[in-house]
Every structure is written in C-alpha cells, then in structure tokens.
Write a protein that binds this ligand. Structure first.
Ligand SMILES: Cc1cc2nc3c(=O)[nH]c(=O)nc-3n(C[C@H](O)[C@H](O)[C@H](O)COP(=O)(O)OP(=O)(O)OC[C@H]3O[C@@H](n4cnc5c(N)ncnc54)[C@H](O)[C@@H]3O)c2cc1C
Length: 664
C-alpha cells in the first residue's frame, strides 16, 4: 500500500515494535489474529457494506439500518457459532462502529437483569425466549420527572391479592417512563422499575418483567401507551422511548424475585443485602469505562495521524511547512489524550477482571469487597466519560476545520460517547456516590479501624515533602496523587463534620460540602488511575514497548498534575520548584514521545473501515479521501438544484415572493 511519506517516516522512527504493543493491548497474539480474522469477515461482507454512509442517513434510516445491521449480525454470529463476548465485541466494533444499536440494551441490560435478579423458574422461562429474540426487552427506570432520585420515581406496582396480580400504574404525567433505549418501537417487553405497594405500604423500588406489546402483532397491549421520544443530540439509531402504564396487570410471578419476594398472601421478604445491587452496576460501569477508552483511542488515532500528514506554516522561514505534530502546542493537544486513552483502557481491563474475580465470591454471599469496588466504579464511570468527552472534542479541534466535518469521523465518536456522562447514573451524582464512601472511610479511620485495599492510602504516613525529582519515579508520582487525594478527602470530610457539629443537618451540610466532595472523589479516582496505569505498564515484558509506555504513563501523571497543580501545591507537599520541574518535564516528555506518536496510536489496530475517517486513514491519503467524500454529498447529485429555480433565481431576478409553506 502506498503510504503518505510523512506517515511512512513516522512509522520507521518508532522505537518499539508496534505489533508487540498491539498484542499487549488485546491480551496476546492469538487474540489479535482472531480479531483481525473476524473483522475481515465483516469488512468483506457485501450486505454490511451495502448501506449508505451514516452521515447521510435520515433519523428513520438510521434506526432501520441500525436494526437491519444488528439483526444480520446476530444471525451471522449464530451461524459462525461466535458466542465469546470479546469476539462478539470485535465483530460489532467492525460492523457498527460508533452506531447505536436498537438491540443493544436487550443484551446489556434486559437479559442480565433477569439472569441476576430472576428466580430459577423465571430465568428458565424468559431467558431462552429473550436469547432467541422472541422477547426483546429494555430496562425502564427513568421517568419524565425523575432519573437520579430513585425514591422519587412514581410508577407503582400494587399487589392485588384478589387476583394474585400486580397493577402497574403511572399516576401522573411525570411518572411516565421516559428515555429507556429501544423502548419506542423495538421492544415488546421491559424490566420495569416501580414502587412496590402491598396493603397500602410502600416497599420501595422493585423490578418487574412487563410485556408491553403483543408478541405476534407488536401492537401495544391494552393499558400500555408507548412511543419514540423524538430526535436527540445523537443516538439516532436508538429509539429511546416513553411509556405509560394505565392500570396494567401482570401476574405476581412477574416480579423478579430472586432476592426480594412477595408471597401469595402478600407477605413481603426483603433482599438479604442491599449491597447485592452493586454487582450489576459495577459490571455495566466498567464496560462504560472501556467504551470511553475506545472512543478516545479512536479519536486519538485520527487526530495523531492527521497531525503527521497536515503541514501548516513554516517554523523556520524558508525551511518548508512543518508537520503540525511538531508544534509543541499541538503535542499538548495530542499526546496527553493518547496517554489518557491508554490509562482508561488499562483501568477498564482491571475493573472488569476484578469484577469477574469477585462474582464468584458474591455468589457465595461474600460482599465485603463490594462497597470499595462500587465506589471506584461509580467514580471511574464519571471521570472516564468526562475525560474522554473532553478529550475527543479537543482532538476534534486539533484537526482544525476538517475536524468539524463528519468526514473526520470525530463528531460521530463524540455524539456517541458523550451521553455516557448522563446515562447509567449522571456523572456528578456518581462522583458524589463515590464521595459518600470516602467520607465513611474517614470516619472509620477516626474510629481507629483498618481500611480495605486501595483505601489504605488514606492512612499512610508520609513526610511533609514529596521526594519527587526529575527522575519522575513512579512510586513518587503515585505517592503525590495519593497524598493529594488523601488531603482533599480528609479536608472535605472535616468540613462536612464541622458543619454538622455546628448544628446544621447532615443533609444541608452534605450539600454545603458537595463541590469540595466531588473534587475529592475525582482526586481519589485519579490516584487510582495512576496507580493502575503504573502497575499495568510494569507487567509489559518487551523492554522497548515498556519504555515507550513508561513515557506515556509518566506523561499521564505529569500532565494531570500540571492541569490541577493548585491541588498539589496547597499543602506544600509539592513545592513551587517541583511544580516548575514538572512543567519542564512535561515538555521533555513531549519530545520523548514524539517519535513514537504514530506508532502508539497505530498499535490500537483500528482498521480504516472502523474509523470511517478521511483524515485518520492508515495510508494518510487525506486530501484524496476528503475530495471523494465531498463529491459523494447528495447535494452534488444534480449540478443545479430545484431550490435554485424556486428560491435563488427569483431573488437574483428581483422577482422574489414567499413560496407557499407546503411546498418548502
Ligand atoms: C442516551 C440516553 C440513554 C438512556 N437510556 C436509558 C435507559 O435505557 N433506561 C433508563 O431507565 N434510563 C435511560 N436514560 C436516562 C438516564 O439514565 C438519566 O437521564 C440519568 O440517570 C440522569 O438522570 P436525570 O435525567 O433525571 O438527570 P437529573 O438528575 O435531573 O440531572 C439534572 C442535574 O441535576 C443534578 N443533580 C441531580 N440530583 C442531584 C443530587 N442529588 N446532587 C447534586 N446534583 C444533582 C445533576 O448533576 C444534573 O446536573 C438514558 C439517557 C440518555 C441520555
């Protein structure tokens, strides 16, 4: 393949073997080869490549094509007997990159919720139907009036002992379910969250399996009002929906009763531990972190390759135009984002592994580890989606004008990624959830109790000055982050405690500390990321790959410190002189990383068909691709459009009159 000479030179100057890093990213050469094999099947598939490009689809087409592709993929994976979750992910990554999937929530939320919260009988009854797509479900929790505040949700499920049924009802406009994915037109069922009422007593939120549409005709069932909520910022392929229950009846055995139970006579048994609800959340949140990493990585590939190809202005007059990647300010836009993408990737992998390890313990009723992990998962979900959203948009702007075009592929990544700041727990609320646990840990410390796992950093004895010097030792970087987090966590807990001591209620005191608490919780998460990044990099066997990743890991830590230097300076643990050193070292790291920039993003091994970017192509033929993209704009199908005759020409001729509305 003929490659743009700048990109070819970039690849030659890398100090490590890209393939070895790719193998590390994907957990081994066998998986890399299998991923390529599977993705090639997709790239060569005639049906999947027959659709018009995403940017030219109407909302209705986006939905229908999303459905067509995903129905096809399900059959293909079935035919090829691809059951492994990673392999299924590789297929989707290739086939529907950054396109929303109307059948996604069915797999990610509906099936797992029934599997985890249903009794054996319920699982045996519904899961085979769900897996064969006879039942297609969603997860209906959020309402028009409430999302975050679960106790504020108004949909009720009232037990009727006379008929042994629950009556599901939305008593107000605001209690209408609103936002659930695939609810609008795709689903015929939902796991619905509703307030359980028995004999006039409210037992709180519980999950109910609610059929919504006739399994044959797909018509809404009596008592169900349902539809699509309309166009959104993105997610056109997903029919997020609204749903009203009007005295809708389901049999008692449709409540998911693995933990909480309602007997025939209305006797209620509460679940053994509220902590059990954490496990599925941890799983979904670690997937969100992985998704944030993937989106940021894809945008970084595009912007870095483009910055190596793009030449603009002369750094030294007469020496020809420079690659924009050589401007230090451009490096500041690109390299920290490459570092962030790797940091998030490694943390998501760690979280998923930890979740899988503790799943067995949970099954045996051991839930000690859950609060700590839940706190980190909530905070990580927020920090990762914020970091990646901000990063992707910065990378878009780093591509100048072309970044704004859908031809770059970056806007599509952004609109697909950024809802992750809101769904599955609004980010600020998530960070505050994490803070609640941290405050508890401070109280434990005050009572002289031992803190679990990673939390021990809160009680670690340190000198008054950081030993960090220009060698940027990893242990010193981790220590600086931990000290900053410990100080911020403790000082926000102190403020909270002193407000309570002054006579304010805990709730008011909490609100009066919440800005500080969010910053403390984010500092906690950032310390966790640095620590995990360092640990993962130390496991890389190949010394050249490890050296390149060590530079990136240092940049992650140093850039983060420079960005929030005030936090680190506040207690003088880091001195002014160390702060100056860190700025200089960050600029040195840019130079160290510069020869490897393209190789570091190439290692992600994203195929051009996945990136769908004219400017992030592997061969660097950016301008040819942009011209081709523009020629194919539907507006160019005719040389002179009808609108010219209807609107422009009359103006030009001084004959303009307002055209009839219906004809516009
Ligand atoms: C693309 C997309 C897909 C979705 N899919 C689903 C789905 O499949 N199923 C489903 O049930 N829902 C779904 N949702 C809804 C989503 O889960 C909620 O929007 C989300 O939980 C946030 O809740 P909210 O909209 O009520 O925001 P609000 O809670 O109303 O947030 C508004 C503001 O108030 C602040 N705020 C709220 N409470 C507090 C507090 N206690 N302390 C401090 N600040 C606070 C928030 O930080 C935010 O700034 C989806 C949403 C989107 C955008």
């Amino acid at each position: 393949m003929a490659v743009n000479p700048d990109l070819a030179r970039e690849r030659k100057q890398a100090t490590f073997d890209v393939e070895k890093l790719t193998e590390f990213i994907y957990n081994g050469g066998n998986i890399v080869r299998r991923r390529r094999y599977l993705q090639n099947i997709i790239f060569n598939d005639k049906y999947l490549s027959s659709f018009k490009p995403w940017a030219y689809r109407t909302r209705e087409e986006e939905y229908e094509i999303g459905l067509a592709k995903n129905v096809y993929l399900n059959k293909l994976m079935n035919d090829l007997n691809i059951t492994n979750a990673y392999e299924q992910f590789f297929i989707r990554e290739a086939a529907v990159s950054q396109e929303s999937n109307p059948l996604g929530l069915h797999v990610v939320m509906f099936i797992p919720t029934i599997e985890k919260q249903g009794t054996k009988e319920q699982v045996n009854k519904w899961i085979p139907l769900a897996k064969s797509y006879k039942i297609i479900g969603t997860y209906a929790q959020t309402e028009l009036g409430h999302g975050t505040f679960l106790r504020g949700l108004e949909t009720t499920a009232t037990f009727d002992p006379a008929t042994d049924e629950f009556v599901i009802n939305c008593p107000t406009l605001t209690s209408m379910k609103y936002w659930p994915g695939a609810l609008g037109k795709t689903c015929n069922a939902a796991v619905t969250m509703a307030q359980l009422h028995i004999n006039g007593k409210n037992y709180g939120m519980h999950a109910f399996m609610t059929p919504l549409r006739d399994f044959e005709t797909h018509q809404p069932l009596p008592g169900i009002v349902i539809g699509d909520i309309g166009p959104k910022f993105g997610y056109g392929g997903n029919d997020n929906g609204f749903l009203l229950f009007k005295n809708y009846r389901i049999p008692r055995d449709h409540m998911l009763m693995r933990y909480a139970k309602v007997e025939r006579d209305g006797t209620y048994t509460s679940p053994p531990s509220a902590k059990l609800a954490y496990a599925p959340m941890i799983h979904v949140r670690s997937l969100i972190v992985g998704d944030a990493a993937r989106c940021l990585a894809q945008a970084a590939v595009i912007a870095t390759r483009y910055s190596a190809v793009r030449r603009q202005s002369e750094m030294k007059p007469g020496e020809g135009e420079s690659q924009v990647i050589d401007y230090q300010t451009q490096q500041e836009k690109l390299f920290p984002q490459i570092a962030n993408s790797y940091a998030l990737l490694f943390v998501s992998r760690y979280m998923l592994d930890t979740y899988l390890n503790i799943t067995q313990q949970i099954e045996q009723g051991k839930t000690d580890e859950l609060p700590q992990l839940h706190a980190i998962a909530s905070g990580m979900k927020a920090v990762s989606s914020w970091l990646a959203s901000e990063g992707v948009d910065n990378l878009r702007m780093a591509c100048g004008g072309h970044g704004y075009s859908h031809a770059s592929g970056i806007p599509k990544i952004f609109i697909n990624l950024t809802p992750a700041c809101t769904y599955e727990g609004e980010n600020t609320v998530m960070v505050l959830q994490s803070a609640r646990y941290l405050v508890k840990c401070v109280s434990m410390l005050q009572r002289g109790e031992t803190l679990p796992g990673f939390m021990t950093y809160l009680s670690k004895a340190r000198g008054s000055k950081s030993p960090l010097d220009d060698r940027l030792q990893f242990s010193d970087l981790v220590d600086a982050y931990e000290q900053r987090a410990a100080r911020m966590v403790k000082s926000s807990a102190m403020r909270l405690q002193s407000l309570i001591a002054s006579g304010k209620s805990p709730e008011v005191s909490w609100n009066m500390t919440s800005v500080q608490l969010t910053k403390a919780a984010m500092a906690h998460v950032e310390a966790f990321i640095v620590k995990t990044f360092v640990e993962v990099v130390s496991t890389i066997a190949d010394k050249n790959v490890r050296a390149a990743m060590e530079s990136l890991c240092r940049l992650y830590a140093v850039h983060g410190m420079n960005k929030k230097m005030g936090d680190f300076l506040k207690d003088s643990y880091i001195s002014g002189a160390q702060a100056d050193m860190l700025m200089n070292k960050m600029l040195d790291l840019f130079q160290e990383i510069r020869p490897n920039a393209v190789a570091l993003v190439d290692a992600y091994d994203y195929h051009d068909n996945t990136l769908q970017s004219c400017i992030g192509r592997y061969d660097g033929k950016v301008y040819e691709a942009l011209y081709e993209y523009s020629k194919n704009s539907p507006l160019n199908e005719k040389e002179v459009l009808d609108s010219y005759y209807k609107l422009l020409r009359p103006v030009m001729k001084g004959e303009y009159s307002i055209p009839p509305v219906a004809k516009l």
